[in-house]
Design a protein around this ligand. Sequence first.
Ligand SMILES: [Ca+2]
Ligand SMILES: [Ca+2]
Length: 308
Amino acid sequence: MRTKAILVMVLASGCTSVGGDGGSGSSADGGANASDAGGADAAPAVTACSEPQDGPLALEITYDAPADLTGGTLELQGSETWSLTEPDGSGRLGARGVRSELRYGDTEAYGGARAETAVVGESTSRYATGDSSFYGFSLWLPAGWVDDGDVEDILFEWHDISDADEAGKAPNLVVAVQRDELVARITSDANAISTPETELVERRLLVDGLDTTQGTWHDFVFHVVWSYEAQGGLVEAWSKRADETEYRKVLEKTGPNQHNDDAAGYIKWGINKPAWLDGPTAPTVRVVMHDEIRVGESFGAVEPGCVR
Ligand SMILES: [Ca+2]
Ligand SMILES: [Ca+2]
C-alpha cells in the first residue's frame, strides 16, 4: 500500500455560512472532536421528505424498479456467489436493496478486496470539474459490527479515473466506517499528474457513536461542487437514521475535492476493505446493504426513503 501524506485541515469554528458546522472532528485525531461533529446545534434541521422532489435525476436505483442509469451501465465488482445479492429484506424502502458481502480471503475483484457496484459508461451521474450535484443513498450496518480500529471499511465512493500517464489513485471522496464512526475522506490534487506525495488527504467525522446493537439504516444526502482548485469546491452532507424525522447537517467543507483528470469520475457503493490485501484484521466478514441511490440537482430530488 502506498503511504500518503495526510494533511488534516480543521476549519475554524464559528463559520457563519448557513448550516456550516465549522469544524467536524477529524478521524485522524481519534475522534477527540467528536462533540462538535456535524455542528448540528448551529445548522437548521431538514425535515425528512419535506423538500420538493421534482427536478431531473441523473441516476435512480431503488432495486424495486428498473434502474435509471441515464446511458450508463452497472458494473458488478464482486468475485464470489455471495458478493452481491438483492434478497427480500435488503431494502431501505420496498423489499429490495443490494446486499454486499466480503469475506476475508475472497478472490480479488477488480484488483481489490471488494464487493461493490459501480456506475460506468456514459451515465450523466458522472462528475467533472465545475459540476454541482446532489447524491442521496441509504446504507445499512448490521448488528454486531466488529470494531476494526482505524482500518477503513469503505461503503460509498466517488472515484476518479486516472490519466494516461498516471498510476491509480485514491478516490476523491469516500464514506467509510472507522471505529464506531462514519467518516468522510477527501482526496484532491491540482497537479495534472498526481502522485501520493502531491495529493491532499483530508478527513472529517460524519457520525459518531454508532449503535451496532441492532441493524440500522443511515440516510445520507451529499451536495458536492467539484473542483480540484482551492476556490469553488464544496462538500456538504446531511445524515439521519431511518427512524429519525430530521436530517442533521454533518459536514460543510470548502476547498478542493477532486483530482485534475481528463475523464469524469463515477460513483460506486458496497464494501471495499483495502487493508485485507495486506493481511487479516479484526473482522473476518463484512455485510452491508445499500438502497435508494439517486443523483440529481436538489436535496429533495435525491433524498432517500421517501415514497414518490
Ligand atoms: Ca428498494
Ligand atoms: Ca490527473
